[in-house]
Every structure is written in C-alpha cells, then in structure tokens.
Design a protein around this ligand. Structure first.
Ligand code: HDE
Length: 702
C-alpha cells in the first residue's frame, strides 16, 4: 500500500479474481471503528463478517444469474433501500453546526436557569438553519422565512430555542398551521411550485387571513432573502417566562444578533444564485467555519413584567406582534459561537430533533396559543420522522448532563438499563433515580380560569398597525423592494380576484404601497379596501426593523470576486488580496480557465472558479484586473459580460484596472459612478476595500 490519497481501481478489483490484503489489524470486536478517511480497516458486513469482494454479485457462472444466497449483496442493498427517512414536513432543507453559548452577564435575579448563574459559563450548542417551504433538495435562496433553531446542552437538560429569522409569525393560533403550510407548499393536484409562495394557493389563503399582514411585510422584505445565515438575526418569537429561585416570573423574548451585522441579497440576485449555487448558504457556513472565521451572535433578551404587558398596545401572547426594541431594549447576556462543522450530515443535521417543549428549570412557557400548539407538534413529528420514541438516544439529541429515568424499550433502544427496578416509587436500595422536590422543574404557578371555548381574544384584533410600523420603518430602497416583491409574487398568481383581494389589505398598511403594487399589477384602480376588525393606528417608526439601517460598515466576513486574465497586474492583484485579507474578508479568483492565470510577473495564480461558474452574484463586491488582451477576450464571453453587468445592476462596488475599460464598455456599463473605482496603482486597493464596507452603492439604483 502507498500513501497515495487517490484510489485507483486495479485490474483485480474490476475482475474480482483477488482482493488486496489490508495490513491493518483486525477490529477489536463489538465496536464501530471510526477512522475518518482511513483505509486501514478491513471492510465487513453490518454483522461484522469480512468482505472479500465489494464489486461483483455472487452469480452462477460468470455470465449466469445472481444468487439469492448473496447475503452481502442483499444486506448492502437492503440498507441502501432504507437510507431515507421522511423529511421534515416544514423546514426540510437545513444546515447546521456545533458551537457554544457563553454567558457574558449573569442574571440570577431573573432566572434560576443554571447556565445564567455565572458570567463565563459555557454550554455546548447545536444550531440548525433552514428554509420552511421547500423540500430537502430545494435551493437556499428561496424567498422564505429561515429557521434558526438552537439546542443548548445545559447541565440541567437540553433547552431548545426553536426560532426563526423573523420575530413574528403568520398566524395567531396553532389550529391554522396545517392550513398555512398546505397553502404555502406545492399545490396537491400538480405538485408544484416548489419552495416559493408565488402562487395562487398561498395568496388565496393569506388574503383571507388579515392576521398574516404583518408577517407578509417581513417576508416580502429582504429579510426573506438573507445573504447568508451568518448575517441574519434570530428570534424566539413567542413571549416566554424567566422564573427565578424565589419563584418570581418575568416575561422574556429571545434575540440572536449577528456580530457581522445584517445583510441580504436582492431578488434578482437570489434568483440567479439559485441557479449558480443552490447550496449558497450552506457552502457559506461550511467555508466560514472551515477557514476559522467562526460566526457569532449575541444572545439578547427583552425582559418585561405584567405592568408593561398590561400597558403595551398589543397582547404579548400574540405571535403576530413584536415589542419594538425602542420600547423594551434588548439586553445582551451571551454570545453564541459556531466553531465546528458536523462530522456527518445525516447523523447530526438530519437527525437533530428540536422540540419547543424542551425547557429547563428557570424557563417556562406562556399561554401564547401558537406556542402551546407547537409544544404538542414537535414531539409528535419526531416520532414519525425518526421512527420511534428513542430519538433522544441519538448522540445529537441526547443530553450532555447525567440523565436517569424509567422510560424503556421501544424501537431502536440503545440504552441497556441495569437492575430490577423500572418503576417508581419502589423500595429497592438499588431502585434507580428519585425525584427532587427542591431542584426539580417547577411550572410557574400562573393562575388560570375561564370558560372552555374556541375564541380569539379581542386583544389580538389589530392586524395592520404593526405591519404599517414595519413598512414605515424601512429606508426608501427597502420599501421599494417590498413593493417589487409583492408585484412579483402576485404576478405569478393566475386568478385576478386573489390578486385584488390581497391588494385590498394594503391601504391599511400604506396608501403609497397599495398604489405602487396596484400599478405594478396593471390594476385600473385600487380595489375597495378590506374591512378591518380594528382600524390601524400610527405607531412610532423603529429603526431596528430595517436591515440597511443596521448594516455593517466593514468588509469583514464578506467575499470579493476577483476576475483576472493572463498578464493581469500582479502588484494590483496582490494588493487587493492583502487589503481584503486585512479587512477579514475572502477573495475568490475567477478566471477564463479553472487552472488559473499567469500574472504580469510570470507567477501563477490558481483560480477557484471558471468565469461561467463564478457569476458576480456569488460575491459581495467585484474587482476586474485584466490585461489588454485579456479584456478583449473576456469581452467576447457572454458570462464575463454578465459578470460585470450584473455587478453593476446589483449596486455592487466594482474596482477595475485601466485595461478593463473595454470589458466594462462591452458589458453596457455607462459612465463610472462613485461605486466604481479605477485602480491605477496598487495602493488604491485598500481604499476600494474600505468603501466596500458599505456593501452596496445604492445610489446607482435608487
Ligand atoms: Fe415550527 N415546526 N411550527 N415554527 N419550526 C417544525 O418540527 C409547528 C413555528 C421552526 O431545524 C416541525 O422537527 C407548528 C414558529 C423551526 O429541525 C413541526 C407551528 C416558529 C423548525 C413544526 C409552528 C417555528 C420547525 C417540522 C404553529 C418560529 C425546524 C419538523 C403552531 C418561532 C427545526 C420538526 C429544525 C419545525 C410545527 C410555527 C420554527 C411540524 C404546529 C412560530 C426553526 O413540528
């Protein structure tokens, strides 16, 4: 055997006449030996029998029929046939990573949760990000809500904060969830469209559900097309309870704030990214973590009491409402760092089972009817998806603290409890675990009374005021994106009455928005305004609701697409690489050939993308450093022209070497604006990277 990492089939392995003897020692027995990438172990069947030939079935004669007694073949094929489990009914497409939560501020006065007793406490964490509507194989950039589910392995049990990247939800009562999801997913008769809400069923349902209007503003905003998981906020959505050691309770809403600031793509980019790299978000997370650039979020809490809840304009139990940060500031109490990718996608990302019911002493639920319904749904869905009640035995789901109980048996039980007692109380001295009345979980003894009825409280009736507040808190360009998104989506709706019914809600939110959408749809006049259960009121605008008002002003964590050709100015290329590196960003080299180019100093520069596979939509900013001949050649290539034209249309910052002007010209880019920087000298590079911190030159498209 050699150390050659590449497997080359030998004549033997193709004919099956002999197999290579592995020198490695036999397995120790009863253990699954995991040596990532190692070829030193002997291949066996699942039962541990050594395998001689993994290429050919057992046949009667070289050209004869396959034999039923080929147990190796049958076992292998049987297992393959059962490799898939049902995908999640929502949030099927996801990606995740390991990390930790470090508490930066202790809050024992608010909660007895063990992790919050001392600053500096670290607990392991696993996070799964997801899209909601699309199937497992859909694309990352669908216009959709993103799941932001966090499992914290505390020393008093697992605590799951199963949140989203949007702080409110479409519906107020869990009873409506199956309808919402049926309407959003592919139509049952035709099985399309996939991973999008731009179709009749979704807008039919939504236009009949005024309570969804606030959430619709968020999903039509750029929040629904994040640039990456690393640049989006997360929210627990519901109001939860903190309970301290004295049994006192405060209400709490959970927030995750990305250290790198907020950023989204434009819709035109999103559509193109879905073609160029359907895995754009998962690749981004993978690359960042593998390169040691660990994504980080602050954990923040909005804490308030009954007095605030009673005086607030809305019901804090209504998940279609948020509490503006200007009214209850977010207090930062921790940091979440993702620093390790999974070893195995299926074992961890696919099998992780989040349940809103997983809380720990010191945390409790409120009566939010959406949360109450979720507490039933998540456990139920895991049973179906993971095939039995023992999914908590899977390493990704098992607590990392000691756990002892009398639950037993069932499909795939992996624990083998010892001893005679499997019930409690018992009087055996080795009788197993006992409950602890002092430290055991205690529900907050909230007083409840009322008639048993199916009722939506009056306090949930204002469906438009916060939608209006959200819209009016956006910058002009963000408002335009909301209108454009509504026009796009409703233009895919085939039934005119549904389009009009949706537009009839918009005047409650904003007259200008209603007119822009009606005009964009070609409606001759605004339809009659929908009846409102309660007339909307003007609320104070909240800057925290806008992405652009909360963007970063640095290129850290971002990516420059560097388009080069043979003969490109080596000093300039190096200066750009250094400046981006210094800013904490990444450079990806795009060239006419994947081999790369030879720079002006005869040094070779390897490429990461061939120009057809590396469109500018994959980058936050672009630089074009080319020779005169190179520019001429690129100008002949449609992909190179699109690279430039798209970067321009998407308001990106563009740097270019003087020789690139031919290409800019041929790409239809007009007079250079302040977002386009001609790099005459290598030392201009750092200035360019500095202005890239603004991420987009919006003036170009405003
Ligand atoms: Fe979920 N949701 N959901 N959801 N949800 C699921 O559980 C459900 C809601 C969220 O990465 C399912 O394990 C109901 C709000 C995330 O594995 C299911 C209702 C929020 C994930 C389910 C809601 C979420 C899920 C499907 C209305 C934000 C992915 C697979 C009452 C606060 C977790 C699964 C992961 C997944 C039910 C509404 C977030 C069917 C009934 C609101 C991030 O149990």
């Amino acid at each position: 055997m050699t150390d050659d990492p590449l497997y080359r089939p030998t004549a033997d392995s193709q004919t099956g006449t002999a197999t290579t003897e592995h020198a490695a020692a036999r397995g120790e027995g009863g253990e699954w030996h995991q040596h990532p990438g190692s070829d030193k172990e002997r291949m066996t069947t699942a039962q541990g029998a050594p395998v001689r030939d993994n290429q050919n079935t057992l046949r009667a004669g070289a050209r004869g029929p396959a034999l039923l007694e080929d147990v190796h073949f049958r076992e292998k094929m049987f297992h393959f046939d059962h490799e898939r489990i049902p995908e999640r009914v929502v949030h099927a497409r996801g990606y995740g990573a390991h990390g930790y939560l470090e508490v930066t501020e202790a809050i024992p006065e608010l909660t007895s949760a063990s992790l919050f007793q001392k600053a500096g406490t670290r607990v392991p964490a696993f996070v799964r990000f997801s899209t909601v509507a699309g199937n497992k194989g859909s694309a990352d950039l669908a216009r959709d809500v993103r799941g932001f589910a966090v499992k914290l392995y505390t020393d008093e049990g697992n605590w799951d904060i199963v949140g989203n990247n949007i702080p409110v939800f479409f519906i107020q009562d869990a009873m409506k969830f199956p309808d919402l999801i049926h309407a959003a997913k592919s139509a049952p008769d035709r099985g399309f469209p996939q991973a999008q809400t731009a179709h009749d069923n979704f807008w039919d349902f939504i236009s009949l559900m005024p309570e969804a209007m606030h959430m619709v503003m968020w999903t039509m905003s750029d929040r629904a097309i994040p640039r990456s998981f690393r640049f989006m906020e997360g929210f627990g959505v519901h109001t939860f309870r903190f309970v301290n050691a004295e049994g006192e309770s405060h209400y709490v809403k959970f927030h995750w704030k990305p250290k790198l600031g907020l950023q989204s793509v434009t819709w035109d980019e999103a559509m193109k990214i879905m073609g160029a790299d359907p895995d754009f978000h998962r690749r981004d997370l993978w690359t960042a973590i593998q390169s040691g650039d660990f994504p980080e979020w602050e954990l923040g809490v909005q804490v308030f009491d009954d007095d605030f809840a009673d005086s607030f304009d809305f019901d804090v139990l209504d998940a279609t409402k948020l509490i503006p940060e200007e009214e209850v500031p977010v207090r930062i109490i921790g940091r979440l760092v993702l620093d390790r990718m999974v070893d195995n996608f299926f074992a961890e990302i696919e099998q992780v089972a989040f349940c809103t019911q997983n809380i720990v002493p010191g945390i409790d639920f409120t009566n939010d009817p959406l949360l109450q319904g979720r507490n039933f749904s998540y456990l139920d869905t895991q049973l179906k998806r993971l095939g039995g009640p023992n999914f908590t035995h899977l390493p990704i789901n098992a607590p990392k603290c000691p756990f002892h109980h009398f639950q037993q048996d069932g499909h795939m039980a992996m624990h083998a409890p010892k001893g005679r007692a499997n019930y409690e109380p018992n009087s055996w001295s080795q009788g197993g675990p006992r409950t602890d009345p002092d430290t055991g979980f205690r529900s907050y003894p909230e007083r409840v009374e009322g008639e048993k009825r199916r009722l939506r409280p009056e306090s949930f009736a204002d469906h438009y005021s916060q939608a209006r507040q959200f819209y009016r808190s956006q910058t002009g360009i963000e408002q335009k994106h909301i209108a454009d998104a509504l026009i796009f989506e409703l233009s895919k709706v085939e039934t005119p009455a549904i389009r009009e019914r949706l537009v009839s809600h918009l005047p409650h939110i904003d007259e200008g928005l209603a007119k822009a959408v009606a005009e964009g749809l070609g409606l001759a006049q605004l339809p009659d305004t929908a009846e409102a259960a309660r007339a909307p009121v003007d609320l104070k605008a909240s800057d925290r609701l806008s992405i652009l008002k909360n963007g970063p002003d640095a290129f850290k964590g971002r990516k420059l697409g560097l388009l080069v050709t043979d003969g490109a100015d080596a000093a300039l290329v190096r200066a750009l690489q250094e400046a981006v590196d210094k800013a904490g960003g990444m450079v990806e080299v795009v060239a006419p050939h994947i081999f790369g180019v030879t720079l002006s100093d005869d040094e070779e520069l390897p490429a990461q993308q061939k120009v057809e596979g590396g469109p500018s939509v994959l980058y936050d900013a672009v630089a074009i450093v080319v020779s005169k001949d190179g520019a001429e050649a690129l100008a002949q290539m449609p992909a190179a022209r699109s690279f430039v034209a798209d970067a321009h249309v998407h308001a990106k910052f563009i740097a270019y070497s003087p020789d690139a002007e031919t290409l800019l010209d041929r790409a239809g880019v007009g007079e250079p604006d302040a977002g386009m920087v001609r790099l005459d000298k290598a030392k201009d590079a750092s200035g360019f990277v500095k202005i890239c911190g603004a991420l987009r030159f919006w003036d170009r498209v405003a």
